[in-house]
Design a protein around this ligand. Structure first.
Ligand code: ZN
Length: 546
């Protein structure tokens, strides 16, 4: 009876998961962190892509990520957003120090004492003053006039103030931002909600076309948000529909010249991955633009093919047990994918290792598919020390455990003062190897007879005789082998652990972490006629594509 009750509860929870709360983003709008942290900016320029004078609307993005216009807009093509402090302009370059400059934006202003309930009323009042502009301050509008570098300068101006409204001096704010016409000191709009909200800038559409905006050499769909989260410089966030975001990402991640179905599989991965990102939420956005999350540089890599792949999979996500699946991918696996458990020590039902029969078909086109890298003993010693592991001078390293699919699960280092075994992802990352699919060879003997007491200098020139009498050169890999010596038959032993060498060669294939989809395998599958659903269902065991 109790058990029955629990079953019902569980399925109820599952339904709730399906309906709401699974997706990290609201209204399909994604917040992409373009500049933040140490890359946060004191000034940021925007330019309408086609230069047709579409201009921008100013407002903010609400908690549902809808743009709330404040009634302020401009027809200017190029605007600059700057922090509310001293900004010096020389030509089109912005500085925070006053070395040499021709224009100045900042820091002290006069503000009319009366407030306004609408942007329109404020704009009418501002138009009566030279250098007047509208300011939005949390819940009302104000009119500000002029700009001075010092409070004294503003005070002198106030002494001479002849305006019909009373005015006061306002100082720089740690949460305020200004919008100006780029390369000039002409202030279009001021925004300060005390950090409660951030300025949103939305490029305007002409005849329903989707606006595209230049920001630092890249083109973007969607709007922009300028967050002074810590009171210093601004984080710049692209607020963009997830489909437009995916259009900007797939080309970077798989290439815009791959077969359509492979790009479609990548689009579903990119969309699903983006939908569940919450790691950067404390920084004010969902997802960053580097390989840390997913590479995204606006529309630079988008073309008709990638747009088509995104459009033909619009709204399609990859799910497992009713939840978004973690859509991991990588360039190539070298022959077999791997359990998430064996890489990140996380048991994930759909991230299962399996032999990949597809990649090999396109291996000749994959740059660096087969790789070799050499290390000396002292180089390995240093690599370990850099990770805080000191086992003395390294004299051997060998693969101590393989996964069932043949990837490296454990790698053991033997040093003068002890041994160290690393496992899972560290087998790849510790030495900066391209993949976890490799073998290690050394320049010293690793074959022994006489119960391990006599080392052979190598296995070249050794021949084996099979049970049926066939003679063949010994390949070193066969199971049990015996050698005929003057004293009788000796068992040949392979013992990587007792090697002492100074040169180690790692030979492997593939590039990436091997969990989830191989982008090259997807390419091969698409070329064989598989569609994107088949590709995803091969690489992600038991997922639903819907
Ligand atoms: Zn990230």
């Amino acid at each position: 009876m109790k058990r029955y009750g629990r079953t019902i509860l569980l399925s109820l929870l599952l339904c709730l998961w399906c309906g709401v709360g699974v997706r990290a983003m609201e209204n399909d709008m994604l917040k992409v962190g373009i500049r933040y942290g140490s890359d946060a900016m004191f000034s940021a320029n925007l330019q309408n892509y086609d230069g047709a004078g579409r201009g921008y609307a100013f407002g903010y993005f609400n908690s549902a990520r809808a743009f709330v216009p404040l009634g302020a807009e401009t027809k200017e093509n190029k605007v600059s957003i700057t922090i509310d402090n001293h900004v010096f302009i020389s030509g089109s370059t912005y500085y925070q120090s006053a070395a040499s400059y021709s224009q100045y934006i900042g820091a002290y202003h006069l503000q009319l004492d009366r407030t306004f309930n609408s942007c329109e009323d404020a704009a009418k009042a501002a138009a009566r003053y030279d250098g007047g502009f509208v300011a939005y301050l949390t819940d009302h509008y104000a009119v500000r006039v002029g700009q001075w570098r010092t409070a004294e300068g503003a005070a002198r101006a106030l002494d001479e103030w002849a305006g019909e409204d009373a005015a006061s001096i306002v100082s720089p704010s740690r949460t305020g931002v200004m919008v100006t016409v780029s390369g000039t000191d002409r202030i279009l709009f001021y925004f300060d909600c005390g950090g409660l909200r951030s300025l949103g800038v939305m490029p305007q559409s002409v005849s329903g076309e989707k606006p595209v905006t230049w920001f630092r050499g890249y083109r973007y769909y969607g709007g922009f948000e300028y967050q002074r989260v810590t009171g210093g410089n601004m984080s710049v966030v692209n607020v963009v529909n997830v489909e437009d975001y995916v259009k900007g990402s797939v080309g970077w991640e798989i290439g815009n010249d791959k077969p359509l179905e492979a790009i479609k599989a990548q689009a579903v991965c990119a969309r699903t991955y983006a939908a569940m990102q919450t790691r950067h939420r404390s920084q004010g956005f969902d997802i960053c633009t580097t390989v840390d999350c997913q590479v995204y540089q606006g529309l630079a890599s988008a073309n008709a093919l990638t747009d088509r792949a995104v459009d033909e999979t619009a709204g399609v996500y990859m799910l497992y047990n009713g939840k978004y699946a973690e859509a991991y991918y990588y360039s190539s696996n070298g022959g077999a994918t791997e359990d998430a458990k064996n890489v990140w020590n996380e048991e994930v039902g759909y991230l299962r290792g399996k032999a990949d029969p597809y990649e090999a078909r396109v291996a000749s086109r994959i740059a660096g598919y087969n790789w070799t890298v050499n290390f000396t003993g002292s180089e390995l010693t240093e690599k370990l020390r850099a990770k805080g592991v000191d086992i003395g001078a390294v004299r051997n390293v060998y693969v101590s455990e393989l996964t069932p699919t043949g990837n490296v699960l454990a790698l053991t280092f033997v040093g003068a003062n002890g041994t160290k075994t690393v496992t899972r992802e560290s087998c790849r990352t510790l030495l900066g190897l391209r993949s976890m699919r490799y073998s290690v060879a050394s320049d010293a003997a690793s074959y022994f007879i006489n119960g391990g007491k006599t080392a052979l200098t190598g296995i070249r020139g050794l021949f084996t005789i099979s049970g049926s009498g066939t003679v063949s050169e010994y390949d070193g890999e066969a199971g049990e082998a015996y050698i005929l010596t003057s004293s009788g038959t000796e068992k040949l032993e392979r013992d990587a652990r007792s090697v002492s060498a100074d040169r180690f060669t790692f030979s492997g294939s593939g590039w990436g972490h091997n969990v989830g989809m191989s982008q090259w395998g997807a390419t091969a599958m698409a070329e064989m006629g598989h569609d994107y659903r088949e590709i995803l269902q091969f690489y992600f065991t038991g997922v639903m594509i819907e």
